[in-house]
Design a protein around this ligand. Structure first.
Ligand SMILES: Cc1cc2nc3c(=O)[nH]c(=O)nc-3n(C[C@H](O)[C@H](O)[C@H](O)COP(=O)(O)O)c2cc1C
Ligand code: SF4
Length: 433
């Protein structure tokens, strides 16, 4: 029998040989491939009503999904019809058609979409009902007039797919339009800084938050977004710096391009991140006053409902929304093969040759994504996810999806019990307490 080393498996050998040939580390899109196990939302199950609690009737009894963000300081908090929002994805990483379809789909669903590195796209603003404007360390495309048109400002400290590092846009996507928007040369790789140039830590971040509030006349909420790392302390510092809304993006968070090792070996998984974030807000007495948005690997209404039961007020989706736009769909198969991928196995957003027109600036490929069709599919996904959350909430006897709570769930593994502080199924014990 041929024996394989448990340590130097075929994939490991291939990767060492690739490095030996090129002298380069691997870069890819899409987020972690999760080749090893860690606790996720799958390790929890809901405990619907039977005799101890009374469920609500699906067709007759209301279950509200209205979501309000930014009640702490903003004169005009954000009001959404649903708790699922479209996360910030850069125009540059995404095509114009993808950005516009996401904005349109979110608006049809009564939700929001977010700009990204590289600034705001006019078509995106025009199609949005509620637009969050990201302020990133790179400052690419940043424009005070665009910012003043936004319904919320997101000061981005980091992302789940690459915490502690900056953004990356490979030269293949730096078309003349994108280069012009970012004021950089065409076709050259862009590496964004890891830190904001005008503040270093929480003390001077207070000044930045105030500056953004002043620039927008205190009208709109200021979000602070971070990759999940030392969540318990980072969330407290962001809240103390004056954030109205805190976004925590877990290790499963998507990206268009990031070193593979950062995706697989840095940050906290989303399940752990939401639990730590809630504890942090409770610890300083602002849970409920500062709203919490969770992102990173959210696939459906079940993941979203579990994150909400653990403490999130709303959920950001990125990759799932791209999948709604046909990412990884079995079409144009020759073009998938040309970039070394195949439908269902593609994580090649960094190549700039997305076969379905989402993560590309190539005009021919971009045309493959029809904006209206894409918007309809995003709307349908947001609608279906919201119906799933409502179904679970009603089954747990809740007339508002925001009333879901940890008590509505049991843990299926000792790890999840310990992380979430929820009793292990079949026991009355929280593991480790
Ligand atoms: C194609 C793509 C581009 C992204 N661009 C940005 C960006 O410009 N700024 C940012 O803060 N996050 C960016 N992200 C990260 C998302 O905002 C979000 O944190 C992440 O996608 C959430 O995980 P999910 O994709 O599993 O839902 C990007 C993600 C993707 C998939
Ligand atoms: S289909 Fe496009 S968006 Fe999806 S993973 Fe491949 S390159 Fe990225």
């Amino acid at each position: 029998m041929l024996e394989t080393s448990g340590t130097f498996q075929p994939g490991v050998i291939e990767e060492i040989q690739r490095k030996a040939a090129t002298g380069l580390y691997a870069i890819r899109g899409y987020g972690t491939l999760r080749e090893r196990r860690w606790a996720t939302f799958d390790d929890l199950t809901f405990l619907p009503c039977s005799l101890t609690r009374i469920p609500l009737e699906g067709y007759r009894e209301k279950c509200s999904t209205k979501t309000v963000l930014g009640t702490r300081h903003a004169k005009k908090p954000i009001e959404l019809d649903i708790p699922i929002m479209i996360t910030g994805m850069s125009w540059g990483a995404l095509s114009l058609n993808a950005k516009t379809a996401l904005a349109k789909g979110a608006a049809l669903a009564g939700s929001s979409n977010t700009t990204g590195d590289g600034g705001m796209l006019r078509a995106e603003r025009d199609a949005s009902r509620c637009l969050i404007y990201e302020v990133l360390p790179s400052r690419y495309g940043i424009n005070i007039h665009d910012m003043r048109e936004a319904d919320g400002i997101e000061l981005t400290i980091g992302q789940g797919a690459k915490p502690g590092t900056g953004g990356l846009l490979l030269g293949s996507k730096v078309s003349d339009v994108i280069a012009h928007q970012r004021d950089l040369p065409i076709g050259v790789d862009q590496r964004s800084p890891a830190r904001h140039p005008d503040f270093l830590g929480p003390d001077d971040m207070v000044i930045k938050v105030e500056e953004l509030r002043e620039a927008t006349d205190g009208q709109v909420p200021i979000f602070v977004k971070m990759g999940a790392s030392r969540v318990f302390d980072d969330v407290k510092l962001a809240a103390k710096a004056g954030a109205d809304v805190i976004v925590v993006d877990g290790m499963e968070g998507g990206t268009a391009a990031s070193p593979a090792i950062l995706q697989e070996h840095t940050g906290l998984p989303t399940l752990a991140a939401v639990c730590e974030a809630r504890r942090a807000l409770e610890d300083i007495g602002v849970y409920g006053e500062v709203q919490l948005i969770i992102a990173g690997g959210i696939r459906d209404g079940v993941d979203a409902a579990k994150a909400m039961a653990l403490g999130a007020d709303a959920i950001y989706i990125g990759t799932a929304a791209l999948i709604a736009l046909n990412c990884n769909r079995a079409m144009y198969e020759i073009d998938y093969h040309a970039i070394g991928a195949a439908p269902y196995h593609c994580h090649h957003c960094h190549t700039g040759r997305c076969p379905v027109g989402i993560t590309t600036q190539n005009p021919e490929l971009m045309q493959r994504l029809d904006i209206d069709e894409g918007a309809e599919r995003v709307l349908n996904l947001l609608r279906a996810m919201t119906l799933e959350i409502q179904m679970l909430a009603r089954a747990c006897g809740k007339s508002d999806v925001h009333h879901l709570e940890p008590e509505d769930m049991a843990a299926l593994t000792a790890e999840a019990s310990m992380i979430c502080g929820i009793p292990l199924a079949g026991t009355r014990k929280v593991f480790g307490s």
